[in-house]
Design a protein around this ligand. Structure first.
Ligand SMILES: C[S@@+](CC[C@H](N)C(=O)[O-])C[C@H]1O[C@@H](n2cnc3c(N)ncnc32)[C@H](O)[C@@H]1O
Ligand code: SF4
Length: 324
C-alpha cells in the first residue's frame, strides 16, 4: 500500500511518472546542462517519439491530424519499428505516439511488449475512446510504463472539442486504473490537458476532477497559439527525436508536416542524427535567437510542458496569426 501520496500536479509526481529510471534521468540532466551552458551539443539520446500511425477515429477541433495535416496517412510497419528498437540500444525511452490515435495500430500491444523486453521505458498518449478491458489488460501485461490520457478542460468543453462522451472516457480511465491496481503493475497514469482559449477557463475544474484519481496531471499549451514572451532555447532539441510513421526523423512533434526532416531512421542511428550537423545547427539557431524562417519562431517554448503554473498561464497572450 502506498502511504505517501504527493499532489498530482507536483514536480515529484512528474519525476515519478516520467523520470523514475536513473539511466534516463542522468543523461537527460547532462543534455540539459549543455543547453544551460549555451552549448549546441548533447551527451546522449535517451528518448524517441515513434508515430505508430497518423490516423485517428476523432476529429478534435484543436488537432491537425484530421483537419489540416497534408502528409499521407499510414501505419508504422512492424519491420521499421523493430529495426528502430534493435539498432538504437542507447535509446531508453519510447513514446509510442505522435499525431494520430495509437490504439488504432493493430500491433500496438506487440510494440509495447517488444520494446519492454528490450529494456525500454514505454509510454503512449491516447484519447481513451478504445480503451476497453481487453486493450487495457493487453497494454498493462505488455509492460507499459506510462499511459497519458488527453482530457481537455471541463466535461462540457471536452465533449464540444473532442466530439466524444465524457462519461465513456471517464469510465474507460477509471476501469484502466482499477485493472492496473488489481494487476499490481507499475504503469503510471497521467491526464494531459491541452490549453487554448476554450479550455483556459477550465483548468481548475480539470485539476479538481482528476488530481486525486491519477498519478500526474499535466498542462500542454496548444502549438503556435500563444505568443513567445522571450526566446529561450527549446529544451526538446536537447532531449528527443521523433520518427514519423514512414521513417522520416524530425526534431519534435510540433513539426506536424515533417518540414524539418533530419533523415531516415533506417539509414543511420538516431543518436548520430541527434549529434549530427543538422541538429547542432538547429540548436545553435536557438542559442543565437535566430529563428526566422523556422517553425520554432511561432512555437511557445516547450519548457512549459513540465509544469505551467496558473499564474504563468494567465499571462499568455494569443499569437496574432493564430486561428483562434
Ligand atoms: C496528437 S494527440 C495523439 C494521441 C491521442 N490521439 C490523443 O488525443 O491523446 C497527442 C497530444 O497532442 C495534443 N494536441 C492535439 N492538438 C494539438 C495542438 N494543436 N498543439 C499541441 N498539442 C496538441 C493532444 O491533446 C494530445 O494530448
Ligand atoms: S487530439 Fe488525438 S484524438 Fe484528437 S484528433 Fe488529434 S490525434 Fe485524434
Amino acid at each position: 500500500m502506498k502511504l505517501i501520496r504527493w499532489p498530482a500536479n507536483s514536480w515529484l509526481s512528474l519525476l515519478h511518472a516520467r523520470y523514475r529510471r536513473v539511466d534516463i534521468l542522468w543523461p537527460e540532466i547532462i543534455n540539459q546542462f549543455f543547453r544551460w551552458l549555451r552549448l549546441p551539443y548533447v551527451y546522449r539520446l535517451t528518448t524517441v517519439g515513434l508515430e505508430t500511425n497518423n490516423t485517428c477515429n476523432l476529429q478534435c477541433a484543436h488537432c491537425p491530424t484530421n483537419t489540416t495535416m497534408q502528409r499521407p496517412k499510414g501505419l508504422m510497419p512492424w519491420p521499421l519499428f523493430q529495426d528502430i528498437i534493435d539498432h538504437n540500444p542507447q535509446v531508453k525511452r519510447i513514446y509510442l505516439t505522435n499525431w494520430g490515435e495509437p490504439l488504432l495500430h493493430p500491433q500496438l500491444e506487440a510494440m509495447v511488449a517488444y520494446a519492454h523486453q528490450k529494456g525500454k521505458f514505454t509510454a503512449l498518449t491516447t484519447n481513451a475512446t478504445l480503451l476497453n478491458e481487453k486493450v487495457s489488460r493487453g497494454l498493462l501485461q505488455a509492460g507499459l510504463d506510462l499511459l497519458k490520457i488527453s482530457i481537455d478542460g471541463s466535461p462540457q468543453v471536452f465533449e464540444k472539442v473532442r466530439g466524444f462522451s465524457y462519461q465513456i472516457l471517464e469510465k474507460n480511465v477509471l476501469d484502466f486504473l482499477k485493472l492496473r491496481n488489481d494487476l499490481k503493475t507499475k504503469t503510471k497514469i497521467e491526464a494531459s490537458m491541452l490549453v487554448f482559449p476554450e479550455t483556459l477557463p477550465h483548468i481548475e475544474t480539470f485539476f479538481s476532477l482528476w488530481q486525486n484519481r491519477i498519478d500526474y496531471v499535466h498542462l500542454q499549451p496548444k502549438f503556435f497559439t500563444f505568443q513567445r514572451q522571450k526566446i529561450t532555447p527549446c529544451r526538446d532539441l536537447w532531449r528527443i527525436l521523433v520518427v514519423l510513421w514512414e521513417g522520416t526523423v524530425v526534431p519534435c512533434c510540433a513539426d506536424m508536416e515533417g518540414k524539418l526532416s533530419l533523415g531516415q531512421a533506417t539509414n543511420q542511428s538516431l543518436e548520430s542524427i541527434f549529434k549530427g550537423p543538422r541538429m547542432t545547427s538547429l540548436r545553435r539557431a536557438h542559442l543565437q535567437k535566430n529563428l526566422s524562417g523556422l517553425l520554432c519562431e511561432k512555437c511557445l517554448p516547450y519548457f512549459t510542458d513540465y509544469h505551467l503554473s496558473l499564474k504563468q498561464l494567465r499571462k499568455l497572450k494569443l499569437n496574432p496569426s493564430s486561428p483562434e
